[in-house]
Ligand binder design. Structure first.
Ligand code: MF3
Ligand code: CO
Length: 248
């Protein structure tokens, strides 16, 4: 069932969203060669606690951490690690905050020092995919219309869209309906309505769209070892158009 949120509920979701936005503003300044993703994880723990927010992913289906830290060919759900980040890496940091029972969810991709031209282009195109998706996410549109635009932009740039991990509704729970891949056919899929709150979180690969999962049961990697980027916002569909609740 898709639940529609009232204005008041969207304000609660915005407050949770603002915590993850502020977290991303902070770590953008911390990420450089030599820092480890476990240090970012420890910062996340303190950061959420200081704001009275819960680390929603910790214990969620057994996931052990407050952040997901996914480096280079890791698409998503990587575990934080003590290994220092290296010049040229790209790292996706994903965090879900819970405030007064409401959820904010945002992942962002960061360059570690100077990165290759290919990595830069992949990051740029993935961020463009995010904002194309957000721009098309207006009441009355179907998810197939929205995601067709996202998919087309990725593919015209020579990249591919991961199908196995999905965007989702957000509310008091992290994963509400609808659940949807970031590919689509115009005229198909759920019709967006005022009051829906969803993530848009394209995962774009430099090579093939296929993925494998490590023996830890979580770490999702590109099957061909190619780079993967992701940017994610939580958005509300309103009478005034899409509103980003996790805007940094
Ligand atoms: N932002 C991720 C999502 O969209 C969070 C997943 S975290 C995990 O679902 F706990 F499921 F790993
Ligand atoms: Co999400």
């Amino acid at each position: 069932m898709i639940t529609l949120k009232t204005r008041d509920e969207i304000e609660h979701l915005r407050k949770a969203g603002q915590i993850v936005a502020e977290f991303h503003r902070e770590i953008a300044r911390m990420i450089r060669p030599g820092i480890s993703t476990m240090e970012i994880e420890e910062f996340a723990d303190r950061f959420l606690e200081e704001r009275g927010a819960g680390a929603y992913t910790k214990g969620y289906k057994g996931y052990p951490y407050a952040t997901c830290a996914s480096v280079n060919d890791v698409i998503a759900h990587g575990f934080p690690s003590r290994a220092p980040l290296k010049e040229g890496d790209i790292v996706k940091i994903d965090i879900v905050a819970e405030l007064d029972g409401w959820i904010g969810d945002s992942a962002w991709c960061y360059a570690v020092g100077g990165i290759s031209e290919e990595a830069r282009k992949l990051m740029d195109v993935t961020k463009e995919c995010l904002y194309i998706g957000i721009g098309k996410a207006v009441a009355g549109a179907r998810l197939g219309d929205v995601m067709h635009e996202v998919q087309t932009h990725a593919q015209l740039n020579g990249f591919s869209v991961v199908r196995d991990l999905l965007g989702h509704g957000v509310g008091r729970e992290l994963h509400e309906e609808p659940n949807f891949a970031h590919v689509g056919t115009p005229g198909k899929g759920v019709r967006l309505k005022e009051g829906m709150v969803i993530t848009i979180e394209p995962m774009i690969n430099a090579g093939s769209p296929h993925m494998t999962i490590d023996a830890d049961g979580w770490t999702c990697r590109t099957a061909d070892g190619s780079l993967s980027a992701q940017f994610e916002h939580t958005i509300a569909i309103t009478a005034d158009g899409p509103v980003i609740l996790t805007e940094q």
